[in-house]
Design a protein around this ligand. Structure first.
Ligand SMILES: Nc1ncnc2c1ncn2[C@@H]1O[C@H](COP(=O)(O)OP(=O)(O)OP(=O)(O)O)[C@@H](O)[C@H]1O
Ligand SMILES: [Mg+2]
Length: 359
């Protein structure tokens, strides 16, 4: 692959749709909203920025859109360096966290805005507006005024208004946050299908790790303006690069490692045999902990007391006490007998699928 500078400027197809080199942005002295971020998003990729509130997701997206200028560093879109390029000259569309609909246009004319600006034929605008509204589930609202919409409806209009333009690059800032779980789940699938079908590049912002995992090809986890880890969802979930990432991805079982040698590690649970990683905590994923008879199939076993049992249908969650620690185990329900609260049970841990993490 050629370095970006050697590529023809404005060439129609480049390896990466977006490239960010050492970009920083501060609003006040000392607080860096975006701190020396390097990033590369491939053409046609579904890329997610994931992190807690205030970590700099919106600011990074605004830098890409050209709504903020970096204090230092460089942003390249479609092979072109964006220094001084205003928002409307960038080949990106943005769905803002605050929706930002046109108040004096009804739903239909909000959605069709981009096509209208391009001088698309009225019949085609109408047909495409209807199709998009159907896909997003707002076809019954086309003649409503914006002021007459709920927050979730506004959010869907904003999404439809951006998608109808079929942009090469779409920046989406928490575009599903105002929707209930059911609708949100459906739109996650629709959005991903559409992105794939049209080969669009998405930079998608969310603070919801489940949403990030189901939607993304790759994701970047941010903390205080910095990217802590980039990778595909499974790699980040199964092998988080830091305790912060592990906690943010929802992990709860951190077992301190007191000592190690070539054959295993010493922990409050006891000695665990096997090749574990080099971090200072074991990350026991709830779904990899074996309970009762199933514990016999893995190399390391110890005893635990069931403190709580939560039946969730597909799975049962057990809160266990052992070695002075509390552990969460999750078992797929396939008709095995349930373990009761207060019962002492066998628990098994395998080095397979057990990562280690450090701060
Ligand atoms: N215009 C601004 N002026 C001053 N500080 C700002 C401005 N915009 C953002 N910040 C600060 O920069 C940091 C990053 O904010 P940003 O909006 O990028 O976070 P975020 O990750 O999008 O959060 P959320 O999930 O809550 O939307 C925060 O500390 C925020 O207070
Ligand atoms: Mg934000």
């Amino acid at each position: 692959m050629l370095p970006m500078a050697d590529r023809a400027v404005g060439s129609p197809r480049t390896e990466s749709a977006i490239r960010v080199d050492a970009a920083s942005k501060s609003f006040e002295k000392g607080v860096r909203a975006v701190d020396a971020v390097d990033l590369e998003v491939g053409a046609g990729e579904f890329f997610t920025l994931l992190g807690p509130s205030g970590c700099g997701k919106t600011t990074l997206l605004r830098l890409l859109a050209g709504l903020e200028q970096p204090d230092s560093g460089r942003i390249t879109i479609g092979g072109q360096v964006m220094d001084g390029v205003p928002p409307h000259r960038r080949s990106v569309n943005t769905v803002f966290q605050s929706y930002a609909l046109f108040p004096h246009r009804n739903v239909r004319r909000n959605i069709g805005f981009g096509l209208e600006m391009r001088g698309t034929d009225a019949g085609e605008i109408d047909a495409r507006t209807r199709r998009m509204a159907e896909l997003i589930g707002i076809d019954g609202l086309l003649d409503r005024e914006v002021a007459q919409l709920s927050g979730g409806q506004r959010q869907r209009v904003a999404l439809a208004r951006a998608l109808i333009n079929e942009p090469d690059v779409l920046l989406l800032d928490e575009p599903l946050s105002a929707l209930d779980a059911d609708l949100r789940g459906r739109l996650q699938l629709e959005l991903k299908r559409l992105q794939r079908r049209l080969g669009m590049t998405f930079v998608f912002v969310t603070h919801d790790q489940q949403e990030a995992m189901v939607m993304s090809d790759r994701m970047a986890v941010l903390d205080a303006g910095r990217i802590v880890q980039v990778g595909p969802p499974d790699a980040i979930y199964e092998a988080p690069a830091a305790l912060f990432v592990a906690r943010f991805m929802g992990h709860q079982n951190f077992v301190p490692i007191h000592g190690r040698d070539a054959a295993g590690v010493d922990t409050p649970l006891g000695r665990l045999e096997g090749a574990f990683g080099t971090g200072d905590h074991l990350l026991l994923r709830p779904e990899t902990i074996r309970l009762g008879d199933e514990a016999q199939t893995v190399p390391n076993r110890f005893e635990a007391t069931v403190e709580e049992r939560l039946y969730r249908g597909e799975t049962t969650e057990y809160r266990l006490a052992c070695g002075g620690l509390r552990l969460l185990a999750s078992r797929a329900n396939r008709g095995q007998p349930e373990h009761q609260v207060g019962e002492t049970i066998r628990v098994g841990v395998s080095p397979r699928g057990t990562a280690t993490v450090s701060d």
